[in-house]
Structures are given as C-alpha cells and as structure tokens.
Design a binder for this molecule. Sequence first.
Ligand code: HEM
Length: 458
Amino acid sequence: MSVESSSRPVTATGTPAPRTPSPVTGGLPGLGHGWKLARDPLGFLSGLRDHGDVVRLRLGPKTVYAVTTPALTGALLTSPDYIVGGPLWEALEGLLGKQGVATNNGPTHRRQRRTIQPAFRLDAIPGYAAVMEEEAHALAGRWRPGDTVDCTAESFRVAVRITARCLLRGDFMDERAERLSVALATVFRGMYRRMVLSCGPLYRLPLPANRRFDRALADLHRLVDEIVAERRASGLRPDDLLTALLEAEDDDGNPIGEQEIHDQVVAIVTPGSETVASTVMWILHALAEHPEHGERVSEEVESVAGGRPVAFDDIGKLTHTNNVVVEAMRVRPAVWILTRRATTDTELGGYRIPAGADIVYSPYAIQRDPRSYERNLEFDPDRWLPERAQDVPKYAMSPFSVGNRKCPSDHFSMAQLSLITAAVARRWRFEQVPRSEDVTRVGITLRPKRLLLRAVPR
Ligand code: HEM
C-alpha cells in the first residue's frame, strides 16, 4: 500500500530513492503533536492513516515516525534494522529493571528467549491444564446470583494466579498471587502516568498517590525476591520457568546473576498479568454488551462438555468461544501502542528512516482500520470463521506482535482466555450496573475504567 511515484529520484542501482515521510499537520510550537497524543491517543493514532503509510510527527523537540498499514508494521517488526528502544522502553526499564527479556536486545535477548521459551511452547501448555481449569472454574464459582462483580479486581486475580501458579509453581503462590495482584494494579496505574509525563521531581513529592505507587512497586520487587528465595530454600526443582531461570547460564557458561533472575521474573509476571487481566475485562464487557454471543458460547460449551465442567481438552472444539476471544482482542487490544528504534539509516516501504529514529505504531488503529475490516467497529466474532478470516490482510490482526519480539505467551494466553470465557459464560449472563464506567481507560494497556457487572445465573 506504499505510495509510489514515477517522479522519484533513483539510486545508482536504478531503484527509486527512499522518500521522506510526510509531516503530520497540526502540531503546536514547542509541543508538536504531544498534546494530541496525550489528550486523545487512540483517536490521534487512528487518524494518522489519513496522512500516509509512514508519517512524521513531532513529540516536543523530537521527530517520531508512525507506521499505519498492516504490511508495513509487519516489515518493521521483522526487519533486523530495528530494536526495542525509545522512551516507552526506557521508562519501563527504570521501573521494572534493566535485565529482563522484554527490554534487552541482541545476543542477551536471544539467550534470555532461549531460557524462557520451553515454558511457553505449544507442547508445554497441556501441563498447565489443571491449574487453568481450576482457576477458570474458581472465578465462575466465586459469584452469587445478583452479585455486582468488580471486573478489574476479578480479572487481575485470575490472570495473576494463572501466571504465577503455572510458571512459578509452588503452594505458596496461592497467597502470594493475591498480594501480587494488589501490587500490580497500583503499579500499573501509576506507571503509565510516569511513562507519558516525565516530570521526575513531581513523582518524588510525598503525595499520597506517590506513596501508594512507591509502596506497591517496592512490594512487587519484594514479592519476587521472596518467591526466588523460598524456591532456593526448598531445594525443589520442578519443571517450570523459575527453575529454568535459576539454572540459566550466560554465554560463557556462568550462572546468570541474581539481578537478572529477579528482573526476568518481573519481566514475565508483569506483562503477563496486565495484558491477560485487561483482555478478561474486555471479554466480560463484550458478554454484557452482546448477550447473544454469551448465549452462543454457553450453548457451545453445553454441546461439547454436556453437564460436566468445561475442560482444557475441549478448547479445540469451542470455535465460537475462541472467536469471541479473538474479536474482543481485535476491537479492544490490551497492547495498543508499540515502538521500535532504528539502529541504522534504513527504509521502510520506500520511506527513509534515519538511524536512531523512534518509530511507533498502534495495534488498536491497525485492528480497527476500515480498509482491513468490513464494518470495522462492529463486534462480530463470526468474522473469524475460516471462510471470512481469509480476507483479513496479513498483519492486520497480530495482537501478540510478530518477529523476534513476538509475545512468547500466545498459546498460554489463548488457552486460558478461552477456558475462562467458556467457564464464565456457561454459568452467567452479565448486566451493566449504574455505577459501572465502561469508557476505555488508556494506560499501559487499554481497559475499561471501572467495569462493574451484575452476574445473573443462566
Ligand atoms: C511481549 C501481547 C500475555 C510475556 C509481548 C508483545 C505483545 C504482547 C504485543 C510484543 C511487544 C513488542 O513487539 O514490542 C500480549 C497479549 C497478551 C500477552 C495481548 C494476553 C492477552 C503475556 C503473558 C506473558 C507475556 C501471559 C507471560 C506470562 C511477554 C514477554 C514479552 C511479551 C516476556 C517480551 C518478549 C520479548 O521481548 O522477547 N506481549 N502478551 N505476555 N510478552 Fe506478552
């Protein structure tokens, strides 16, 4: 979809020379487009597609490039000319640690991926079936008819418990998972603000919100230290991610350091909990907004599982349930913005990208683009039926990203999301209650501001 022009200058080899991406109009002196991005990030990023395939914005004094087509996001993510880097990642490192897999690049990143990958491989997922089933049914079984469900708390709890119990196995995780979810919810609230508004001194003032944030962040790091120390003291070596991290070696064959183990656990538990929790909230929201799909999920579960509780082994047969999950992730993706940094002078779709440039794109904008999806804003799980899904352009639905930074947890996440959706929709219908605020809250992930739903038995 790149714009081609016959009048472009050509290089010595006869190929058209890369062109400079067009500037986006409407920046303010000094602030550039920063104020638009801060005021209405989703609207602003979605509107960029009208300015071109690759465009130039100004955020304060800095020029930033934005990519707006599925094909070019794929090209960006799979090119060796870009690394993870830029303000988003620097802020994350400052808060979560510098030695985790999510923020490292090059050989260290490759080594770290090799360590964690086995825990997420497709053939490792059935090993998590019992915990996933237990947690999905525990969630659906917690509510009484007519209860008002605080979807934020419930979604965080189930996401943290599954990640922690599957990947950092141990009985102690039952109690720790509760503490982790409380700490994470506060950390994530404050973290986004710190990432977009870098007012360092302001965050050091002894204000209640800052104190709460500092306490929660300290608690998160303390919890991770406790988990690691207890595992060591137990002398146990279960076949899990924590054992893999504790036994990992660096490129010289030496054990990796304590800090790296700590940062790695944080780098896995943190994104794992926030993304799954946000997605569960949007699935519950979709079940409330579209009761007909909740009904279809329930009927599907009934036809596959009969009277018994839905099980991990049923997931492959739950077509509509899976399509509800995917469609919820399309319309309301947890990860709505991603960035890369160019390591060299390069080009993308015929546009010149200088070394050191930050490039941004929005999975939210890509997944709601009317050029890729008919009735793009409509919640329509049937668009993922095979005969229709084949019309979706490549990279127009990549909520787990692609390339060497692709989320290692795509199978792990999809299995738990489908199981949770099936278990919950089989037992409950949901109704919005008056105090519920389902507007989209833009933070590190997208989620409803304060979703409260009444649980009505089926
Ligand atoms: C990376 C999405 C669940 C761990 C990513 C990336 C995306 C993503 C888009 C790539 C970022 C980039 O390209 O820059 C999601 C979504 C999830 C989910 C939508 C659930 C709905 C999880 C879970 C875990 C996890 C459950 C762990 C338990 C990670 C890690 C990375 C990552 C460690 C960094 C990978 C690397 O840089 O090599 N995730 N994720 N994610 N995710 Fe997930």
